[in-house]
Design a protein around this ligand. Structure first.
Ligand SMILES: NC(=O)c1ccc[n+]([C@@H]2O[C@H](COP(=O)([O-])OP(=O)(O)OC[C@H]3O[C@@H](n4cnc5c(N)ncnc54)[C@H](O)[C@@H]3O)[C@@H](O)[C@H]2O)c1
Length: 283
């Protein structure tokens, strides 16, 4: 099936990025969140992404208008998903909340609609199990910032059909991304490798061995990381990093557990760039 209309559920960092990228490549988007103000904030983020695209010469004014016009804010989730080819979920990284949402989506969407999750690490097969269409369920794991990052991990659940996999691959390519296929397993490819790197950096800080700046400088200059691991954790969101580490811990054992300092920061509401403070402060 060619994907022409989608619903993006969750108008946060990833949902707005996915909505922007889809609209940029001519896909109509319904953008949903739990509160009108969150959708409005999301639309404002999209407008500023459009402005950046214009300022950098990546899109012209006509394209800018068609991106904004192509994204419709829809507060009611049933309304948002009722007549689309694909739903991409990008809400909090919490299995129970995602399952509750997918039950609602499954009840309201057309039988042929593909359901996709942008989860960073959680089981696609488990989410699919609460729907009546596990063969039409798949992971499409985009990376942040969505317009710039070229990868999509297409996460194949136990029951994802070949047609669903092919559709997700074609959808990713249409959005100018490079898809890789991976079987459902905690953290998939990137986060299984990346999150332990970030949590080791937090442990070095927690143990008082080096400052945040020196840890980041070390990995930038010594391992050629484009951003230091603590800067990257702030950018990804410390809540997301913690939740992903917890998923890896459940899947692979205690050595993957989020370090105490990371847990404490999330509990204090220090979530990184999005809250203004993480390992660094942001104005
Ligand atoms: N942050 C990253 O770098 C990154 C990268 C790849 C994947 N992800 C994954 O993408 C998902 C979203 O992450 P994010 O960073 O965009 O989070 P975020 O906190 O920026 O945004 C989440 C949004 O979902 C909304 N939401 C929560 N429950 C909802 C519901 N029931 N219905 C509709 N909206 C709801 C929230 O109000 C919020 O606006 C997570 O699963 C995360 O693991 C994140």
């Amino acid at each position: 099936m060619e994907i022409k209309r989608i619903a993006v559920i969750g108008a946060g960092l990833m949902g707005t990025g996915i909505a922007y990228q889809a609209a940029r490549f001519g896909i109509e988007v319904n953008l949903n969140d739990i509160k009108q103000e969150f959708i409005t904030n999301g639309m404002n983020k999209i407008k500023s992404m459009v402005k950046t695209g214009v300022d950098k010469g990546k899109i012209d004014l006509k394209a800018a208008k068609s991106i904004v016009d192509g994204i419709k804010p829809v507060l009611d989730v049933a309304e948002a998903v009722k007549d689309v080819d694909m739903v991409v979920e990008a809400i909090f990284e919490n299995m129970e909340v995602k399952k509750e949402l997918f039950k609602k989506i499954d009840a309201a969407a057309r039988p042929d609609t593909i359901l996709a999750s942008n989860t960073s690490s959680l089981s696609i097969s488990e989410m699919a199990s609460v729907t009546s269409r596990p063969e039409k369920f798949i992971g499409t794991h985009f990376f942040s910032p969505v317009p710039a990052m070229k990868l999509v991990e297409v996460v194949v659940g136990d029951k994802s059909s070949d047609e669903t996999i092919e559709t997700a691959i074609a959808f990713s390519k249409k959005l100018d991304k490079t898809p890789v296929k991976v079987k459902d397993s905690p953290g998939f490819i990137v986060n299984r490798i990346l999150i332990p790197v970030l949590t080791e950096a937090v442990k070095i800080l927690q143990e008082g061995l080096a400052s945040a700046e020196d840890i980041d400088t070390a990995m930038s200059l010594g391992a050629n990381f484009p951003a230091g691991p603590l800067q990257l954790a702030d950018f990804v969101g410390l809540d997301i990093a913690r939740a992903t580490a917890e998923t890896l811990e459940r899947g692979f054992g205690a050595c993957y557990a989020p370090p105490k300092l990371l847990v404490e920061k999330v509990d204090k509401g220090e979530l990184g760039m999005k809250s203004g403070k993480g390992f660094y402060e942001y104005k």
